[in-house]
Ligand binder design. Structure first.
Ligand code: FAD
Length: 278
């Protein structure tokens, strides 16, 4: 069972609980991005188990009629064991997902993984057209160049501020500067991209900027937020825009939970209240 300290952010331990959560979201017109928690595997068996579960999950999603897709982490698919392992496992999942009409997102992890992640994305996206998306982090100095370089690759891009803590030589560390960069990246994408833009942020200012850019350029976009964060806003926005909620499940919740707590004091207060009342 997911302990009360984490269950605001995690849908449950099994795929069935995650899909049940997505079913409730769909009733509110919000779609689900299902993520099996797991990262930094150092043995092939753990990678193989998650790949097998993702392949079951896409068939379950396809059979359920739910509005849902999946999101995978490179180090969950074996990146720590080698780029070749990651690329092969990603291809296996994407092949199955494409066969069942389920979209695949690739999460972005810390800055040492960016090259391998973008290269693997480019390969599967070129092979499978628009069925794959990748996350790009506004706090990395390189991202402006990356979005220009990948502008003609089919698929979607999820823009986030960045959940990791990269060093100053590769990243902007001041939050105002990161916000400014996020806005600049959106401006570039709304002006040049032919849709496929996902605004992965809870920040009302970033969402407002995206809405204004959409009004100016007419470019399609979707809003993505995390389970347990500003859910009322998600339901409200879904009346006007396409909104997706990232729905993690599984028993390996600790690293994910730490990132949520690290990015906002209110999340820490919420977690402490859950401990004290539980
Ligand atoms: P912040 O800068 O954290 O907050 C700005 C403002 O947003 C706040 O001042 C407040 O007004 C509002 N806000 C934020 N949180 C709350 C809250 N809990 N309650 C009320 N208001 C709030 N990062 C990665 O590095 N790689 C990934 O692959 C990745 N995938 C993601 C997928 C999705 C769908 C989302 C939503 C985020 C993802 N992230 C990922 C995390 C992201 O990088 C940020 O760490 C995280 O979203 C926090 O930044 P923010 O833009 O939401 O706003």
């Amino acid at each position: 069972m997911i302990p009360p300290i984490a269950d605001r952010f995690v849908a449950g331990e099994s795929p069935a609980t995650a899909l049940e959560h997505v079913r409730r979201l769909n009733e509110q017109n919000v779609k689900g991005i299902v993520n099996l928690l797991g990262e930094h595997y150092e043995d092939r068996d753990a990678v193989a188990a998650d790949v097998a579960e993702y392949r079951h999950l896409v068939t379950d999603i396809a059979g359920s009629g739910l509005e849902a897709c999946i999101s995978v982490k490179p180090s969950q698919l074996g990146l720590d064991l080698g780029e070749d392992v990651f690329r092969a496992e990603l291809a296996t999942i994407v092949d199955t997902a494409v066969e069942h009409g389920v979209f695949v997102w690739i999460d972005m992890e810390d800055h040492t993984t960016t090259d391998a992640t973008l290269e693997a994305f480019e390969t599967v996206a070129r092979e499978h057209g628009g069925s794959v998306g990748v996350c790009m982090q506004a706090n990395l100095r390189r991202t402006r160049a990356d979005i220009k370089r990948l502008a003609d690759v089919p698929g979607k891009v999820r823009f986030v501020k960045g959940a990791y803590d990269p060093p100053a030589d590769v990243a902007y560390t001041d939050s105002t500067r990161v916000d400014q960069e996020y806005r600049t990246l959106l401006e570039y994408a709304f002006e040049r991209y032919d849709g496929g833009i996902a605004v992965g942020s809870h920040d009302p200012a970033m969402i407002e900027h995206a809405r204004a850019l959409h009004d100016r350029h007419g470019t399609d976009f979707e809003i993505q937020m995390l389970m347990g964060v500003r859910e009322d806003a998600q339901y409200d926005l879904a009346e006007e825009y396409e909104v997706w909620q990232y729905v993690p499940y599984g028993d390996r919740w600790l690293s994910y939970f730490y990132r949520r707590v690290a990015e906002r004091k209110a999340n820490l207060r919420f977690a402490l209240r859950a401990v004290l009342s539980g």
